[in-house]
Design a protein around this ligand. Structure first.
Ligand code: ADP
Ligand code: MG
Length: 595
């Protein structure tokens, strides 16, 4: 006889909430995000967030919002308890951040959770204590209006998940990121963050988006941005996009907000990338923060458990609107597509001008040595940064100094190019890339010999970095010190530079740190110390080198050309950009049809 016993069971509540918790609470930053969403939904004007050990030990969020009544407080901690929707029809056109009623119970299921909340003008508040999903107590207690939630020892009861938490620095930088997103989307709320009792930032409320962007990104980044404001169609777009001339290899920030909700959205991202098109040199990415406002009925926010994605009813409409909004400021600000090398030259006369293949040794010049990194590998790997060939391969190559070539400096043009005769060839050399390569080779040799001479700065140079970057930077100070960059942390996001490698002189130290930080995101995937150091030294060389636009004196130009020749006349800078355009006697004769 067949068993009548059913094999399908409704999961016990505790199991179900653990599964939900797994979807919503991925890491400390997700807790912060859910709590902030609730505080904003409650109409708070001031929210303070205290975090201990990247949120792994404690997350505390205190707001001055509407609070909860004694009856609602325990209810709020139950699954699917929400004050924000009552009916299925409410699901379309949602205006609040929350609506699923899953956040608080999910958080309480995997932590030691304490909540103290009181309605405005209430006589008393309510304290709720939950440990690993089990309610310990619900009591009446005196409390200020608003809500205060403490989440201690996240994942204490799910050791498997706790193990997956990353370093304090990483978890903390995710937290700063979600708070900054909340700040960008909510101008009228003050947000204050402390980490291990240090104030990390305190953003007062602002009147305009521009003011918020400035608080969050600081003047240095804002100076590289173009502002966007387009309200010509029913799709409103505001925010900032990077001026293509300042685009970097990194991809932060790339923030998208739809109706004040931070989301990932390929329609919008794609429209932005497409707008930049040829405005960007290869390997560079647009950075931006875009606030898009559309009719809420055009957007479905209920497609992801933590609402990180949205779906548009008519993606084409959105795509067009974004392109229209982004194109305008781009076209206004840029004359012609950015390109390192004018492509026309080679196309028009393929054999008239011999443009040397990067990294290829020329046989008619004395062989010197392969540079520490052959330009070829730089070129082939794209940006070349941090991806060059292993230093080890060429370590033993002896340095053979050639006979000093005859170098005659013919002049400088556009305060950017050196025109010189080297032997019997005519060279046009980029003063920045040539100097950059020379500095890099010198620094690299120093590193290989484990001896980089340092030079203390007479006046230590203070530099501020974005708060989210401060902890990761602090963690690599020992590695920076190995190459003569001595930095000291003196404040939540402030450093002083005490010494620099002696080979390089004065430079824009803020820009240097920014460059190093940009590469830092890739360090996790780079195992070899040599490669990390290489990217740091490439940044030092780049920032320490003569910049384009500076007049140079003849002896100075001669020095750098000779140095470059000694380094084996490598054809590209460490980032893969061209150094020289060479016309040998053969090419000249050919061009003038003398052959
Ligand atoms: P949701 O936000 O999806 O409604 P939550 O689990 O995040 O679900 O919160 C459940 C309910 O608890 C909310 O609907 C709201 O009524 C109440 N609540 C949560 N946090 C706060 C807060 N900081 N201030 C006031 N009410 C809150
Ligand atoms: Mg919520």
């Amino acid at each position: 006889m067949e068993s009548v016993e059913s094999r399908i069971r409704v999961l016990p509540e505790s199991v179900a909430s653990h599964i939900a918790a797994g979807e919503i609470v991925e890491r400390p930053a997700s807790v912060v995000k859910e709590l902030l969403d609730n505080s904003v939904d409650a109409g708070s004007t001031m929210i303070s967030i205290d975090v201990v050990n990247g949120g792994k030990t404690l997350i505390r969020v205190i707001d001055d919002g509407e609070g909860m009544s004694p009856a609602d407080a325990p209810l709020a901690c139950q699954r699917f308890a929400t004050s924000k929707i009552r009916h299925q029809r409410d699901l379309s056109g949602i205006a609040t951040y929350g609506f699923r009623g899953e956040a608080l119970p999910s958080i309480a299921a995997v932590s030691r959770f304490r909540m103290l909340t009181a309605r405005q003008r209430a006589l008393a508040g309510t304290a709720v204590v939950i440990e690993g999903g089990t309610v310990q107590s619900v009591e009446e207690r005196g409390a200020a209006p608003g809500t205060r939630i403490e989440v201690e020892e996240l994942f204490f009861n799910t050791p498997g998940r706790r193990k997956f938490l990353k370093t304090t620095a990483t978890e903390f930088s995710h937290i700063t990121h979600v708070i900054q997103q909340t700040a960008l989307a909510n101008l009228h709320t003050q947000l204050r963050l402390t980490h291990n009792d240090h104030v990390v930032f305190d953003y007062p409320k602002v009147a305009a988006l521009e003011d918020r962007l400035l608080q969050v990104y600081g003047p240095r980044i804002m100076a590289m941005m173009l502002s966007i404001q387009d309200e010509r169609t029913e799709v409103h777009v505001r925010g900032m996009i990077v001026n293509p001339n300042h685009a970097k290899t990194g991809r932060t920030p790339q923030e998208i907000f739809v109706n004040r909700r931070s989301v990932k959205n390929t329609t919008i991202a794609h429209a932005v990338y497409e707008s930049y098109g040829s405005f960007l040199p290869k390997g560079r990415h647009p950075t931006f923060a875009l606030m898009v406002e559309v009719d809420p009925h055009e957007v479905d926010v209920n497609v992801h458990p933590s609402k990180r994605e949205v779906k548009f009813r008519s993606p084409d409409l959105i795509h067009r609107a974004i392109k229209a909004a982004v194109r305008g400021p781009l076209q206004k600000n840029v004359v012609g597509p950015a390109s390192i090398l004018s492509p026309g030259l080679e196309e028009r006369a393929p054999d008239a001008v011999e443009t040397e293949k990067p990294g290829q040794m020329r046989m008619d010049e004395p062989f010197v040595k392969r540079s520490a990194f052959s330009g070829a590998s730089d070129m082939q790997t794209g940006s070349g940064r941090g991806q060059g060939s292993e230093a080890g391969q060429v370590k033993e190559t002896p340095i053979l100094y050639p006979l000093e070539p005859e170098v005659q400096i013919l002049g400088q043009i556009h305060a950017t190019y050196i025109v010189a005769r080297i032997g019997d060839a005519l060279h046009v050399l980029d003063q920045h890339t040539i100097h950059e390569r020379v500095l890099f080779e010198g620094l690299w040799r120093g590193w290989e010999n484990r001896y980089i001479q340092t030079q203390p700065l007479l006046i230590p140079e203070p530099v501020d970095v974005p708060v989210a970057a401060a902890t990761p930077l602090a963690e690599i100070l020992p590695e920076l010190a190995k190459v003569g960059l001595d930095l000291e942390c003196f404040g939540p996001a402030s450093f002083v530079i005490r010494s620099v490698p002696a080979l390089v002189g004065q430079m824009d130290y803020g820009a240097l740190l920014e460059d190093i930080l940009e590469d830092l995101s890739e360090w996790n995937s780079v195992d070899s110390l040599d490669k990390r150091i290489r990217s740091v030294l490439a940044s030092v060389a780049c920032k320490g080198a003569v910049q384009a636009g500076r007049r140079m004196e003849e002896p100075e130009m001669k020095r750098v050309v000779l140095d470059w020749f000694r380094e084996g006349s490598p054809m590209t800078c460490p980032h893969g950009r061209r150094i020289s355009l060479r016309f040998g006697s053969e090419e000249l004769h050919r061009i003038f049809r003398r052959l």
